[in-house]
Design a protein around this ligand. Structure first.
Ligand code: AMP
Ligand code: TRP
Length: 325
């Protein structure tokens, strides 16, 4: 049987190059080899305050981004998390086998509970359990994500094993999938922190919707290291990050980029990098603008229809194992 992958992105904030290079680019490449399910995780997004109208818009937007990036709806299934109630139903049951200290250890929870101190809700705390439910509901083998989600995939593995030991074999144990160069794209204004949709400065990230002028300006202003040479090394984290972005978009190896620019200056490197990004995003944005919202809605509906029988079957099995009549 073909192995299955599952991944998702929250419809909140702006999607940026980190999301693309850390996650979506890999999905596109994996969809030929695996049966693929890509979710717009709206129920995760509401663990921090969202405006209803914006949430509706963003949900469609994220689905459009999947399509524009090359996810093929003929091959892969795209759907919205809240369209399949079994996600929350399974999450409830997994809640009852999750230990509170396991959730307290999550770095994303620690970070977000600082950031959203006024809105510290139980959903934010239980977030990794819903993510585990997303993954386990479909017997997922592989979960392609960025580095920041590895801890959550680990919890999904722990819960799958615990459930199987307690109630008998029910869930497949999922594996994470990351690509080293893209798993942690750093902020352009601060190479010590990951590129983030909630960054306070727009010079932190390149949004997938940025115009060519904005991209050129942001790359020009990107922080560089004190050294003068273009070297791919941990001693030069800012340049290393820019080389990673260049290499991933150019389908090259970081070493090739280093070799090509070793004898050149930062200015020339940055100028070329900006054009690589501009070219990539121009093409992406053309495709994005060409997609009709109605068509997206229909793809999302078909996606949910296709998955519903799988989710229902798994939930029946879970309920039966737990003793719910
Ligand atoms: P989120 O935007 O938090 O829903 O994340 C969506 C996907 O993008 C997840 O797989 C993240 O791990 C990935 N991701 C987010 N930020 C970055 C980054 N700076 N570098 C690499 N991957 C990222
Ligand atoms: N928590 C993930 C993020 O913020 C999104 C997500 C939700 C996800 N459910 C998932 C990713 C299942 C992979 C598999 O990036």
């Amino acid at each position: 049987m073909q192995k299955r992958i599952f991944s998702g992105i929250q419809p909140s904030g702006v999607l940026h190059l980190g999301n693309y290079l850390g996650a979506i680019k890999n999905w596109m490449e994996l969809q030929d080899k695996y049966e693929s399910i890509f979710c717009v995780v709206d129920l995760h997004a509401i663990t921090v305050p969202q405006k209803p109208e914006e949430l509706r818009q963003k949900t469609i937007e994220v689905a459009k981004i999947y399509l524009a990036a090359g996810i093929n709806p003929e091959k892969s299934t795209i759907f919205v998390q809240s369209h399949i109630p079994e996600h929350t139903e399974l999450a409830w049951i997994l809640n009852t086998i999750t230990k509170i200290p396991e959730l307290e250890r999550m770095t994303q929870f620690k970070d977000k509970s600082q950031e959203f101190r006024q809105h510290l809700n139980a959903g934010l705390f239980n977030y990794p359990i819903l993510m585990a439910a997303d993954i386990l509901l479909y017997d997922t083998n592989l979960v392609p994500v960025g580095e920041d989600q590895l801890q959550h995939v680990e919890i999904a593995r722990t819960l799958a094993k615990r459930f199987n030991t307690t109630f008998g074999k029910t869930f497949v144990i999922p594996e994470p999938f990351v690509v080293k160069e893209g798993m942690r794209i750093m902020g352009l204004d601060n190479p010590a922190q990951k590129m983030s949709k909630s960054a306070s400065s727009k010079y932190n990230y390149i949004a997938l919707t940025d115009s060519p002028e904005k991209i050129r300006e942001k790359i020009k202003r990107a922080v560089t290291d004190s050294g003068k040479t273009i070297k791919y090394s941990d001693d030069q984290p800012a340049i290393k990050n820019l080389i990673n972005i260049y290499a991933l978009l150019d389908n090259a190896k970081p070493k090739d980029i280093e070799d090509a620019y070793h004898k050149k200056g930062y200015a020339e490197f940055k100028k070329d990098l900006a054009e690589v990004i501009v070219d990539f995003l121009k093409d992406f944005q053309l495709k994005y603008n060409d997609i009709d919202d109605k068509e997206v809605m229909s793809i999302l509906q078909q996606g949910a229809e296709k998955l519903r029988p799988l989710a229902e079957k798994k939930m029946e099995e879970v309920k039966e194992k737990v003793g719910l009549i």
